[in-house]
Each structure stands twice: as C-alpha cells, then as structure tokens.
Design a protein around this ligand. Structure first.
Ligand SMILES: NC(=O)c1ccc[n+]([C@@H]2O[C@H](COP(=O)([O-])OP(=O)(O)OC[C@H]3O[C@@H](n4cnc5c(N)ncnc54)[C@H](O)[C@@H]3O)[C@@H](O)[C@H]2O)c1
Length: 432
C-alpha cells in the first residue's frame, strides 16, 4: 500500500519506518524544512534505539520518502495517519489545534478514496470533528472514511513495540475503512481489536490512565511500607505474582513522567469533567505521583540534616525513563527545580538527554557534567532519578571515593541496600 504519516516524532517516524520496512511506500510529511532535509540524509531528530538504521535502509530502498508537500503524498495514499503532538492546555484538556490544522490540509489534498487515520491520542469525539473539517474542504470528487488507530508504543522499545504490539486497536464506522486498516496491519502479528471510533479513542486513554493508576498504587503501598517497617519492594513483588494483578508497572519509584501518562491522565480528567463525571480517582493518582517526586528531595534533605542550601547535589538521570532523550514532564525536572529552589548547587548528568535538558532548564542554575564520575565529584548527595544501565553498572567504589559525603537517594531502587551499606554509603531507596 501507499500510506502517509503526518508528523515524524516518536510515533510518526517509528511507525512510518516500520510500515516501510514491511514493504509499503510511506511518505512522511513534516513542517520544518531543515528537519526534512536532515531526515532525507538519515539524520534523525529523536533518540530511539535502532531507528537510524531502519530509516536509512528504507530511504535507500525508496520506500520511505520525507517531504514538506501534501499534494503528491496525500493524493497517492490509501491511508493517511495523523501523528502529530496533542500536548496539554493549561486546563488539562488536550490541545488539538495541530491535529485539526493537519486534518484541513489533508482534506484539501484528498483524491479518490482515502482512509484518514488518527494515531495521535485524542479525546472521544475528535475523529468526528476531523470528518467535519475534511468534508468542509475536500474536493467533491474525493471520498474518505475516518479511523482511530491509537498507538501504544513505549519510547526506548518503540520499534519492537510497533512490530509486535499486544494488540492493534482499529476503530472505524465503515466496512471499507476497516478492510483497509486490517489489510495494512495484517503483517503485524497481534490481536486486532475491531471496534467503533469512540471506543478506540477511549481504549487509549483508559490504558494510560490505568497504567498511571497502577504506578501510583505501587507508590502508595511503598510509602506506607516505609512507615510500617515493611519492605515495599517485597510487598509489590508479592502481590504482582497474583496473575489477576501482574507484576509489570508495580515498581516503587520517583513517579511517572513522559509525554503520555501525565498529559493523558489530565486529559481524561478533563474529558470526564466535560461529561459531568468527577474522576477523583485519577486526581489522586496525580497527587500521589507529584508527592513521589518531591519525596526523594525530602529524603536527600533528611540525609543532609535538613540543610540543603549551598550543598552540592548530583541528579543522575534526566530523561523521563531510560533509553530515550524525551524530557517531556520528566520527574527530574520537578526534583531539580525543587532542589534549586531550596538553594542547593545542582549538577546533573544523563547519558543521552543532556541537550534536551539544557533547553528546558535554561532558567535554572544547574551545572551539566560531562560524565557520570565527574558529576559526583565532591558531591554531598547523589539522587538517582532515571534508571539508566550506565548507573546500574557504575563503579560504586569509585563513586564513593569521589563524593564528599557518600549519601545516595535511589529514586528507582537500582542498587542493593545491603551492598550499598557494605560499601559505606548512607543509602535510601523508595519503599524499603
Ligand atoms: N511518544 C509516545 O511514547 C507515544 C505513545 C503513544 C501515543 N503517543 C501519542 O502520539 C502523538 C504524537 O506523539 P509523539 O511523541 O510522536 O510527539 P512528538 O512531539 O515526538 O512528534 C510530533 C510531530 O508532529 C510534528 N508536527 C507538529 N506540528 C506539525 C504540523 N503543523 N504539520 C506537520 N507536522 C507537525 C512535529 O514536527 C513532530 O514531528 C501524541 O498524541 C501522543 O500522545 C505518543
């Protein structure tokens, strides 16, 4: 098939490259000339393991075509995927302005029959509005259907998630659109959930809200375990063995972040409010999450006997999770800003996300270290915020020697408390 993706972010670029690799001709429409020129040369604007090679291979095979122009791409496509960002507005609702802008552009260039698919995470009812927009601007000779095919990939493992997802959710309201989507996704070995557009839109938000809830539940249990003297990590692995519960997303830590969970939880609260339902459970999920980020600052403060001002504190890990450079809503930002507000001298290190972090933290006084070991030199305390393998595999003896006082707050429980004690660290994790 010939298909188009509008947007070449974590979702658009990875999905486009995987579909090209499956033998389709895939156009990718961007809106920044310099980025499109770079992509044509194989320079990738995001960090995602394996994407460089996948893009290069498919560009070379002329199956993956980057462009700024809608005409050729849209008129020759069987399906057009909208994969642009839907960031939160100040009131928590999803900002759909780019989605609607792109829908209008797509509509103007439709030729023959096309399925216009929303890949971006959008509230219930958005696809209907997309249909109205397209109907207003399309040529009378064209025809189209809309479809909601939400994305579930995880950054850091986006390629394998796209190739082997747990399920492909296909929301349509015509058999014709359903057939096109089923055929396109046929080589992807996964259960196809064939449903209505509204249900597909809700499945995406409900999935992310549930995962965020599971994380906050785990964190609440960990916090309580600390108070009652239980080992929170053992409690969580004990309950995770129950197959009705499952062990994934049951880790205690410094809270969830990223480009999806925070914004999708907010958006679902806002959607519910719009329908007169107070989703108080999700409001509490957010409260617990924020508390977890701040609690690791409190732990560092306690280790430093309440005196953070003027102390050298190292924050290890900036991206919202390992194997990505994505800094959107990263817990590290809350931790760093809080430490800076309390007067700490903050230094940071991340294996990949330093460049993105520099831009976001431009207003905060932070020192960006050149590597892990220089970041901890003479530090009064070190806080682990993101569980990169580089930190797991670090030479802890060397770190101990380099630090001024060996205080470690492990916000992701990556080290063994026993070993840290043996090495002479003052060490605290989450929930244990
Ligand atoms: N990142 C994830 O892990 C993930 C997972 C599942 C779903 N989603 C959802 O997918 C959507 C995209 O997320 P993302 O992480 O890829 O976002 P992103 O910010 O990485 O990418 C958005 C892309 O849209 C492009 N864009 C912006 N305005 C445009 C315009 N006017 N015309 C053409 N392109 C334009 C940007 O250049 C960028 O390439 C969001 O709705 C998100 O919630 C993301």
């Amino acid at each position: 098939m010939t298909i188009t993706f509008v947007g070449h972010g974590y979702v658009g670029l990875v999905s486009a490259a995987v579909f090209a690799d499956l033998g389709n001709t895939v156009y990718v429409i961007g809106h920044t000339a310099s980025k499109i020129e770079s992509l044509k040369k194989g320079i990738i604007p995001i960090y995602e393991p394996g994407i460089d090679e996948l893009v290069k291979r498919n560009v070379k095979a002329k199956r993956l075509l980057f462009t700024l122009e809608y005409t050729q791409a849209i008129s020759s496509s069987d399906a057009v995927f909208i994969a642009v960002g839907t960031p939160p507005k100040p009131n928590g609702e999803a900002d759909l302005s780019v989605v609607f802008d792109v829908a209008e552009k797509v509509g103007k260039h439709l030729k023959g029959y096309t399925v216009v698919v929303t890949k971006s995470t959008v509230p219930v009812g958005t696809n209907k509005r997309i249909r109205e927009i397209i109907n207003r601007v399309r040529a009378a000779s064209s025809s189209f259907d809309i479809a909601s095919v939400p994305e579930f990939l995880r950054e850091g493992q986006a390629i394998s998630d796209t190739r082997h997802p747990d399920r492909v959710v296909i929301g349509t309201d015509t058999e014709k659109a359903q057939e096109v989507m089923r055929e396109l996704h046929a080589p992807i070995q996964a259960t196809q959930v064939i449903t209505t557009i509204e249900t597909a839109e809700m499945i995406k938000y409900a999935s992310n809200a549930f995962l965020a809830t599971k994380i906050s539940f785990a964190n609440a249990i960990a916090s309580l375990s600390e108070k009652v003297g239980a080992d929170g990590t053992a409690v969580l692995s004990g309950i995770g063995l129950d197959r009705r519960i499952g062990s994934s997303f049951l880790n205690a830590g410094a809270g969830y972040g990223g480009s999806c969970f925070p914004k999708d939880v907010k958006a679902l609260i806002a959607i519910a409010k719009g329908y007169g339902y107070d989703f108080s459970l999700l409001r509490e999920v957010e409260t617990i999450n924020k508390h977890m980020m701040l609690s690791i600052v409190e732990k560092a403060e306690k280790m430093l006997h309440g005196k953070v001002r003027g102390k050298e504190i190292t924050v290890l890990g900036l991206s919202f999770k390992p194997d990505t450079d994505d800094m959107r809503d990263a817990p590290s930002l809350v931790v760093i800003r809080k430490l800076a507000e309390k007067g700490a001298r903050v230094r940071v290190f991340d294996p990949i996300a330093m460049e993105n972090a520099r831009k976001i933290l431009a207003d905060v006084s932070v020192a960006f270290a050149k590597d892990l070991y220089s970041s901890v030199k003479d530090a009064d305390a070190t806080i682990i915020v993101t569980e990169w393998d580089e930190f797991r595999e670090a030479d802890l003896g060397k770190i101990k020697k380099l630090m001024k006082t060996p205080n470690v707050v492990d916000g992701r429980n990556i080290y063994s408390p026993t070993r840290m004690k043996e090495l002479g660290f003052t060490y605290v994790g989450v929930g244990r």
